[in-house]
Every structure is written in C-alpha cells, then in structure tokens.
Design a protein around this ligand. Structure first.
Ligand code: HEC
Length: 262
C-alpha cells in the first residue's frame, strides 16, 4: 500500500497586524501520517523514495463560509474518477488571510492530478480551484510548487476560479472587451455584472436574482432544458467543461445564489 505523508503548517497573523507587526506569527503545525502508516515523521521535505511531492502555498480568504458538509482541500485524483484518492482538508476555522502550506509527499502513481478543490464528505470533487497535472512532470524528485497567492475560496471565489475563469471569460470579458451580451465575468467584475442585473437577452429576467436560484437566468440557462434559452447553448458549454462533476457545479451555482442576501 502506498503511503502518503502530509505535512501541514499554518502561519496565521494575529488579526490584521499593523505593518511593524507582520513578523509576529502564530505557528500551528499539524503533522499527519495517513493511510497505512502509524509513524509520524518530522520532515516530509526530504522524500526518500518514488512519488511526487506537491507543495501548495496560498493566502486564503473566505474559508469560513463553508459548513462541514464541504471542505476546502488539497486532493489527489485519478483521471475519470470524481472521488479523490487522498485528501488533506484545510480546516474551515482557518482565520481569514492566513498563509497556508500543504505538502503532499510520496504521491502514488495512481494519482494524475493534485487539486485545490472543494470536496464533500465523500471526498467527491465539487469544483477545482487550481490543479497540477502530474503527467506534465517527469522528474519525481522535483517538488512541484502550487504557489497561489491570495485566493478567495468562498463559494463565489470557487465559482470565479473554477467556472468563470475556465469556461466563460473567453467570451465574457477576458479579452478586455465588454463581453458577450454586455456581460463581463472576469475577476472583480463578475459579481456586479450578475447579481440583480437585468438580462439583456431575456426581457423581464434578471441574470441572477439574489436569494432565488430558480428565478435566475443563470440557473435556468445552465440547467437541463435550458439548452435553447439563448442563442448560445450554455448547458453544453457547462457539460463539456465539467464531465465528472456537472451536477455538483450546478448545485454550487444554486447554493451561491440562494445565499446572496439582498
Ligand atoms: C462561446 C462564447 C461563450 C461562452 C464560452 C459563454 N458565453 Fe455566455 N453568452 C454568450 C453569448 C453570445 C450570449 C448572448 C446569447 C444571446 O444573444 O442569446 C451569452 C449570454 C450569457 C448570459 C445572459 C446575459 C444576459 O444579459 O441575458 C449569461 C448569464 C451568460 N452568458 C453566462 C455565461 C457563463 C456563466 C458562462 C460560462 C459557463 C458563459 N456564459 C460562457 C457567449 C458565451
């Protein structure tokens, strides 16, 4: 059986420190030896045998918006399988703007991608925020760095990274223009372009009705049966992008809309 050692540290600044105090850190260190190993090892950086090492560093915001049904995690997946082989959950109690490091070592050959993802209790992938494809690397001795900087991992942040950036902005504002149908879905603009904004295509509808997924054009045009609502089949765009987790992404869109407070 393959052994996966996870080395997990959190550097958390106390509240929002003034500039002079940024050197003051609380350091939590969690060491975990997973799978068949009973040993806890001090260092996971000097990997001895086989397996890739992936190191994620990111400053996370919005993690506290998740309840315990879901988790923000670093997860290893086999291509074609929506259930992760290995998962390291980043606690949703992690204070905002905490710099997080997660190290996966000795990653087995059965894993093709390592992803910062929203997963559920069954280790199922809901949506991927960032990913490395291990098949792109051939030297297993090198550490693969996922250096993400400040990352909004809230529901909306996850949709920005995992949905809009991946499947939408090529038509909706990514090239610097206004975007198809006057809709710009690039980071920093998408929310204001969607929520409680009238559709330019469907009279009487809002792109997103805050708090009401069913009445939102975004929901209807992505749902089954929404194929012909617009001149571009967005249901198809969605199902091409999310082969394994189409319904999970749909549900995430709905949950985001339902939680918008007006
Ligand atoms: C291939 C280009 C393309 C892609 C990719 C695309 N769209 Fe569109 N989108 C359009 C066009 C064109 C329209 C206008 C369709 C019409 O006139 O009926 C539109 C319309 C819309 C509308 C309705 C706007 C309004 O004011 O009524 C929404 C909402 C929307 N898109 C969201 C998305 C989302 C979310 C994604 C990513 C999953 C996406 N689009 C991906 C081209 C695209």
């Amino acid at each position: 059986m393959k052994r996966v050692i996870l080395f997990f540290t959190l550097h958390s600044s106390l509240f929002v420190p003034p500039k002079w105090a940024t050197g003051v850190f609380i350091l939590f260190t969690f060491l975990l030896a997973a799978c068949d190993s009973g040993d806890i090892e001090e260092q996971s950086y000097s990997t001895t045998e086989g397996g890739y090492t992936v190191k994620l560093t990111a400053t996370l915001t919005g993690i506290d918006s998740w309840d315990n049904k879901y988790a923000v995690s670093l997860a290893g997946f086999t291509t074609g399988d929506n259930y992760a082989q290995v998962v390291r959950i980043i606690p949703n109690t992690t204070p905002d703007s905490t710099r997080v490091e997660v190290v996966f070592s000795n990653i087995g050959d059965n894993i093709n991608t390592v992803e910062l993802a929203i997963t559920n209790r069954l280790r199922e992938r809901i949506i991927t925020l960032a990913r490395v494809n291990l098949d792109d690397y051939d030297n297993k001795k090198d550490t693969i760095y996922m250096d993400l900087g400040v990352t909004d991992v809230s529901r909306f942040g996850a949709l920005q990274l995992g949905l809009f950036n991946m499947a939408c902005i090529q038509c909706h504002g990514g090239n610097g223009g206004a975007g198809a149908a006057g809709l710009n879905l690039t980071e920093g603009r998408s929310f204001a372009n969607l929520v409680n904004v009238s559709s330019t295509r469907k009279e009487g509808m809002m792109r997103v009705v805050g708090g009401n997924a069913r009445e939102s054009l975004l929901h209807q045009m992505m749902a089954e049966g929404g194929e012909n609502m617009l001149h571009v089949n967005h249901t198809e765009i969605l199902s091409n992008q999310f082969r394994e987790n189409l319904n999970e992404v749909r549900q995430l869109i709905d949950e985001w809309i339902e939680r918008i407070e007006n």
